[in-house]
Write a protein that binds this ligand. Structure first.
Ligand code: NAG
Ligand code: NAG
Length: 449
């Protein structure tokens, strides 16, 4: 065991959480890294706000598309988590940290060759350490401006002409008025749609479809719906996230809930607590957003999730009060396809039918807010009256099918905006064309019932 000097890692940053993450791409991250860890003696309650002395140093090469090889030749895997950070699994250990960023005024600097302080542990979720990584060669520093909107605090107002435009220019789906929207400010809407998008990740192309995948796809049913599998429903009820950017927590809990129902043939029907994630998770940003891979996956595996009745939903940031609640864990999680960037329609159908609902991301545009029924696609129309910006939203995919008259293929998806929205809280969206990025980052997480 070597005691490494921290001099190389003079990071003036503690663990800071906010809604302005870095914008680091695959190409920024791939390459040779040094991983620094403290003593590997902690447990899931480890406090990494202060890093502590470095005890372990590991060299890892992160290669295309998801291969990680350490200095001893051990082969493992890695994945980007959107543009926010990366997870490495090699030689029996699992590492996660967010990429480093700094904010000065309205300018965000992405320092993609370093990470914030994160966590490492072995793959049995023991022997925790605090962890940081630094690329061997310095990479480019990229800055972008935060886009501020003057009218964030003004109330949302209907734009009848906009709704008429949507409904007259296409007949695949219907837009409608939701009266409660006029009681919300533009900022409330932004938060509900997943928070302000500070950076748009360069979208990875849908993953290549292998011959075997195509072959397996041919034998799949033409339609599927976890709400009705031979008359049985395996999906928990639709909920409402309110004005908090907790879609990622609702989609994650909904995914775990459905899979517990499937694994126990509906003998267990838990409702898990999104508020616990909002209040307690260091892997997300409370009401300012987060990512399902890190919540249904890593958070639920590392520290567990709790039941709704032990930690009821409040819809706002709070201080963590989970200590007396029973924890429920995830056994296994992954991006469909194996890593971020490998997702495609066929892999999603196979994973959906084999295991259960998938947690997916979606780019929400103004027109989506007004979805009432039908098979959604983005009309390209902008609501000039209410200038909401492109945002990221997380939802739960429960099935797929084809329209009987038009033959149009769709996904069936559960939203978290209450039962009054869309088709009883659900929507259908075009399938097979990566509509609004819905086929770009599906996550599956397998709970331990
Ligand atoms: C994020 O980085 C990508 C690739 O470097 C770039 O195309 C994109 O414009 C960046 N986004 C912002 C908001 O800077
Ligand atoms: C479930 O699907 C079957 C076959 O498509 C249908 O006959 C039945 O009405 C459905 N049940 C419910 C509750 O929707």
């Amino acid at each position: 065991m070597l005691l490494w000097v921290v001099a190389a890692l003079t990071l003036a940053v503690g663990v800071t959480w906010a809604d302005t993450p870095a914008n680091c791409t695959f190409d920024d991250i791939r390459g040779d890294w040094l991983l620094y860890e403290t003593e590997r003696t902690g447990d899931a309650g480890i406090d990494c706000d202060d890093m502590g002395p470095i005890i372990h140093r590991t060299e890892v090469s992160l290669m295309y598309p998801n291969i990680a090889v350490d200095e001893y030749g051990n082969r493992g895997t890695w994945t980007m988590i959107y543009n926010q950070g990366f997870e490495i699994k090699v030689a029996g250990r699992s590492y996660f940290a967010f990429s480093l960023w700094e904010k000065t005024g309205d300018t965000v600097l992405s320092i993609c060759d370093k990470t914030l302080t994160g966590w490492s542990r072995d793959i049995t979720v023991r022997n925790w350490a605090c962890y940081r990584a630094q690329k061997k060669e310095q990479g480019p520093r990229k800055s972008h401006e935060l886009r501020l909107m003057a009218q964030e605090n003004s109330l949302y107002k209907y734009n009848k002409a906009y709704l008429n435009d949507i409904n007259s220019q296409q007949s695949n789906w219907v837009a409608d008025v939701y009266p409660e929207y006029e009681r919300m400010t533009l900022m409330d809407h932004l938060r509900r749609n997943g928070g302000r998008a500070s950076a748009t990740a360069s979208r990875m192309h849908p993953g290549p479809i292998s011959f075997m995948t195509r072959l397996r796809d041919l034998s799949l049913p033409e339609s599927w719906d976890w709400r009705n599998v031979s008359g049985t429903n395996y999906v928990s009820p639709v909920r409402n996230q309110g004005n908090c950017g907790s879609c990622y927590a609702f989609a994650s809990m909904g995914g775990l809930e459905s899979r517990v129902r499937i694994l126990t043939n509906n003998h267990q029907k838990p409702v898990f607590a999104p508020q616990d994630v909002v209040g307690c998770s260091k892997l997300s940003q409370g009401c300012e957003g987060g990512f399902p891979f890190l919540i249904a996956g890593r958070y639920a595996q590392d520290v567990g999730v709790v039941l709704e009745n032990c930690y009821p939903y409040e819809g706002k940031d709070d201080t963590c009060t989970r200590s007396s609640c029973t924890k429920h864990y995830t056994a296994y999680y992954r991006y469909v396809g194996g890593y971020y960037g490998a997702c495609n329609e066929e892999e999603m159908k196979i994973a959906l039918i084999k295991g259960g609902p998938l947690i997916v991301g979606l780019e929400v545009y103004d027109d989506f807010l007004h979805y009432k029924s039908g098979i959604y696609h983005h009309t390209g129309l902008r609501d000039s009256f209410n200038p909401l910006e492109l945002t990221n939203h997380a939802v739960l995919l429960v099935g797929y099918g084809e329209d009987e008259t038009t033959g149009e293929k769709y996904w069936s998806v559960k939203n978290s905006w209450g039962e009054g929205w869309g088709e009883d809280g659900y929507f259908r969206i075009r399938r097979g064309v990566d509509e609004c990025a819905i086929e770009s980052m599906a996550v599956e997480a397998v709970p331990i019932p």
